[in-house]
Design a protein around this ligand. Sequence first.
Ligand SMILES: Cc1ncc(COP(=O)(O)O)c(C=O)c1O
Length: 388
Amino acid sequence: MISKRLNSLPKYAFAQINDQIKLLQSKGIKIIDFGVGDPKEPTPEFIREAAKKAIDEHASSGYPSYNGSKNFREKVAEYLKRRSNIDLDPETEISSTIGSKEAVFNFPEAVINPGDYVLMPNPGYPPYKSGTIFAEGIPYQYPLLPENDFFPDFSKIPEEVLQKAKILWLNYPNSPTGKTASKNFYEKAIKFAQKHNILIASDECYLDIYYQKKPISILEISKKNIIAFHSLSKRSNMTGWRIGFVCGDADIIQTFKKLKPNIDSGTPDFIQDAAAKALGDDIHVQKSRDLYIQKKEILLNAFKKINLEIHEPESTFYIWQKVPKNYTSIEFAKKLLDSEIGIIVTPGELISDEINNFNPGKDYVRFALVPSLEQIKSAAEKLEKLKV
Ligand SMILES: Cc1ncc(COP(=O)(O)O)c(C=O)c1O
């Protein structure tokens, strides 16, 4: 009874990892989970307090608005003005989302026709592809390779694909490679997209998670034909709350707003109020970054001690770690799952697709720096004993 489209999708990569975790736990093995990018640190208290207050205030508010309350959209505009000096009209250039996953998956439905191509990174966040397939588009996956510093090589995309391409997905700060995009790269991407009449969908959900240089948003360069996807999940440890927003070109936002009421009925008001408070504060985000720096250093030091090739991330909370020679990503991930180590990582192969007999994730595993500091220290001790 399953539909052809659903059947055509691989099992969601992280669902496979969750199965592995359950199996190990059922054997009583203590695991440290670097798999899914789901921060274990609590949502800051001032955000939780704002939500509690808002529950009573909205006792009889009924359904929330489809595209976010005026207050939420204004706070989004203030945040992006303060952070990036971007001017956005809360009425026409911003819409709330139920986290960026919903928006990323549904967006192609709003703008593509069957047979249109959607360009996306490989490795990349799975809903770029599944959303395209459900909208009857054709995914074209460009590889992120170390020789290109994990940026797309636009010159390699075939002309016949470009002729029918409608969306270019970009994701910087990048999961899983930890790369930050420069102004120069965005200018090049914008020029390329303009030339081929493609709109840019820029997934910026890790914009505030970085180690040194603050990443820029593509909207700092232009809004024309560009929509950016943002999330409270990583910035404010709010993965469980489900709230994000899209912003950019008013025509694209209007089209997105036309789609959205057909699918959902908006983000609960109390969550929007809490998220508005979160967007007004930068201190908790700085604290979060300080913690990620410590976690990253501990883990990279452990990698150095066992002579793994070091790849310093610039942003996000991921380390895209090259596996030792003679291992594939799955083999190395399995080695880390040995009962005396008990570390879960995401094998690069599971979040990359094999195209023309080549899988760009095969030599990498992804560590998400989401376990607690104590757990990461314990993981580092175990890793240092690893013979590879
Ligand atoms: C690249 C990327 N985009 C979007 C998301 C979705 O985040 P959320 O739906 O929690 O906003 C994630 C989550 O891990 C992600 O890694």
